[in-house]
Design a protein around this ligand. Sequence first.
Ligand code: AMP
Ligand code: GLY
Length: 425
Amino acid sequence: MKVLVVGGGGREHALCWALARSASVYCAPGNPGTAELGTNLAVNPSDHDAIIAAVREHGIDLTVIGPEAPLVAGLADDLAAAGHAAFGPTARAARIEGSKAYAKEVLFAAGVPTAESETFTDEAAALDYIGSHAEPLVVKASGLAAGKGAIVCETRAQAEAAAREMFGGAFGEAGNTVVVEEYLTGEELSILALTDGEQVMLLPASQDHKRIGEGDTGPNTGGMGAYTPVSIADQALLDRVGREVIAPVLARLASEGAPYRGVLYAGLMLDDAGTPRALEFNCRFGDPETQVVLPAADIDLAEHLWSIGSGEAWRPPMAACPARRAAVTTVIATPGYPASPVKGQEIELPADLPADTILFHAGTSIDESGKLHAAGGRVLNATGLGRDVTAAAELSRALAEQIRFEGRQYRRDIAWREVARAGAA
Ligand code: AMP
Ligand code: GLY
């Protein structure tokens, strides 16, 4: 089987790594990491005709769409219309990520526990609502904003300023509609659910680290590291998430004529009592969650994605796939990330990777002389594997330490919650 992965970040390198176990992989546009596993195609994911032409030219059996933008723009629909199998939801179903206002409508209609919220297209009405609600509040640009559209506001004054900025155009069209939401406390959890719209297989639960700084401080980023498994996400919790969050959302989407096929990413907040509430949905694999979930899951990914993407009968072997080993990934970012990343530095890698580690490329490029350079905010993902999260975290951190470029930044505390839980046990 020939599989084309669309995208070029750390998530796509991890997808290629897992798919290459049983398929030949192509990646568009890919990165220097995916080039080692298969063939990179210099095609822009936003050019759907060019993607379809590449699928024809290379005899691709299945196209796996990594990022949200081409999904929301209808790449899965366009591939299907041209007679090609694609893994990823239709544009209509991808609205669950493309519009936070729509996601909240679906959640409320499906009766899924979530933060109280209200959606506004009018600035004065939003300010009124903020003025009459308790602090803290979360103000969100409804449209796609590359992970930067949710602003946690300690005070009403901050929330008002955030709403004014959004309506003032700071997030472009994504901010024409604004969701104002109750602030939830607790621990966040990422659940990736493979689904054909009816059946579901949950992948091992993971935790992202959104803040730039150690101890979860500083501004939000796309994610600075992740780990799996998460001990508080036990079988009972996973059953509950499947029953109370994933199934009702899938049923609601189907009833609206937008059946969901692909991977549904639920971002959850667990309160102190362990009750899961939905914070957000993504219509794709998480980044950097995928860089730990796939190495831990040990499944034949190509077979599952083929069955779901081709519409062939899919028989998930279990409701929740266990983590066969622990995995931790540390993101190495450029200086200035997330506000103003400074790129271009030459990267020095260890001559040999230590045992039980995987180095996933995200924002890297190779120049004519074969030298590796930093080409994005998040540059490399150092994944460590182990018997438990503490051992995997040590390997991940040790590998991150060996990746050198000027001004590099990474967190040395990825998986700290789980390491603390293990220490207390
Ligand atoms: P989102 O863009 O909706 O995924 O939100 C990004 C991040 O903002 C989440 O991962 C949380 O860390 C935080 N967040 C979003 N909504 C809430 C909420 N209602 N309460 C607390 N934190 C939130
Ligand atoms: N790591 C968060 C996301 O993929 O949206």
